[in-house]
Design a protein around this ligand. Structure first.
Ligand code: I3S
Length: 128
């Protein structure tokens, strides 16, 4: 009917391909391992699903799971400083427990969209 309310907007829901690497884990620097990932943002949860191809380890650390999930609450995102990567349009995502990730796509439009979506998610869930 014309009076039915619209569902609430979901500003921080997004998915798409993105390249990702950990650079810090438990506050310690780890070796980069760029991987292409199907990346899903839902609420304050960011999920990286393994791309095509075989292999049992995903995201370093000898994990056998095909997915890796991080909680964005209390995190921060910004453009990565130049010394963190020679690539252009790289985001640096800092999350709890001393973890830092780099996110990158060749398509700067894609990276800009992710920047906005991640910022939206982080600010929307800042007080949880
Ligand atoms: O920060 P780094 O060590 O220069 O990162 C590069 C390395 O991870 C490199 O692999 P090797 O571990 O085989 O050297 C990667 O191929 C590069 O992509 C990494 O640098 P960029 O600047 O692309 O993030």
């Amino acid at each position: 009917s014309p009076t039915s309310p619209k569902p609430p907007a979901s500003p921080s829901e997004k998915c798409g391909p993105l390249n990702v690497t950990k650079i810090t884990e438990h506050g310690k620097r780890v070796r980069k391992n760029w991987m292409s990932s199907w990346t899903v943002l839902k609420g304050s949860t960011l999920l990286f699903a393994k791309g095509q191809g075989g292999g049992t380890s995903w995201f370093g650390g000898g994990q056998s799971k095909p997915e890796f999930t991080v909680d964005l609450r209390g995190g921060s995102v910004d453009w990565a400083p130049k010394e963190k990567s020679s690539k252009k349009h790289v985001l640096e995502l800092k999350i709890r427990q001393g973890m830092e990730l780099l996110l990158w796509s060749e398509d700067d439009g894609v990276v800009n969209e992710w920047f906005k979506a991640l910022q939206d998610s982080i600010s929307a869930h800042a007080w949880e």
